[in-house]
Design a protein around this ligand. Structure first.
Ligand SMILES: [Cu+2]
Length: 208
């Protein structure tokens, strides 16, 4: 494969695709296997960083149809594990969701003290009912909620966590963890395993 694509895939794995020159991005887009490629590269290595994200005062709609404020929902006092998904995705999202399903199994009864959050990046398709069905499919417990809302709200949430890529097909696997309100977020770019997430969560909670 040509060098620019190799670089693009490596940068994608590191979550740095947005900073690629336009030409390299265009080549990435022109390659029908780029998305798959990007995913395979992402699987090799998950990179951890920490960040402060300002939560915008937006409303989202939870899978039970209730309208909730994003900051209030995330500031419920529990450790938060968060990702962005869309239910019709056939590549990254089912894998990330499977990892969340394994994580809640691994946590056992402890899961009730954790808040797992999946926010749709395709709010037009992902109605609360559709998200509820997706949650059931992956046996999501009551501590794991799905969120949708207006397109503006979804984009604002994605921008707040620096994952907005313009097109949902350009998304990369990212998971966020936070021990408590006001604490820094841990950002994991790439595919983290359920074991890695449980470990990261335990470290965060122990350091709280
Ligand atoms: Cu996806």
């Amino acid at each position: 494969m040509r060098a620019p694509r190799k670089i693009a895939a490596a940068l994608a794995a590191a979550g740095l695709l947005a900073s690629l020159p336009a030409q390299a991005r265009a080549e990435e887009a022109a390659d029908p296997h780029a998305h798959h490629h990007q995913m395979m590269m992402s699987m090799k290595r998950a990179t951890r960083s920490t960040a402060d994200y300002a939560l915008p005062a937006i409303d989202l709609v939870r899978d039970d149809g209730k309208t909730v404020s994003l900051p209030a929902e995330l500031d419920d006092g529990k450790p938060v594990v968060l990702n962005f998904i869309f239910t019709t995705c056939t590549t990254i999202c089912p894998m990330m969701t499977q990892v969340f399903a394994r994580l809640q199994e691994r946590l056992g009864p402890e899961r009730d003290r954790v808040h797992m959050v999946s926010i749709s990046i395709d709010p037009e398709q992902d109605t609360p009912a559709r998200l509820a069905a997706y949650a059931r499919k992956f046996h999501a417990g009551p501590q794991w909620r799905y969120y949708t809302g207006s397109t503006e709200a979804s984009v604002a949430a994605q921008r707040a966590f620096d994952v907005y890529r313009g097109d949902k097909m350009d998304h990369t696997p990212v998971t966020f963890l936070r021990a408590a309100p006001g604490r820094r977020w841990v950002r994991i770019d790439g595919f983290a395993s359920a074991d890695e997430l449980a470990e990261a969560l335990h470290e965060l909670v122990a350091a709280r």
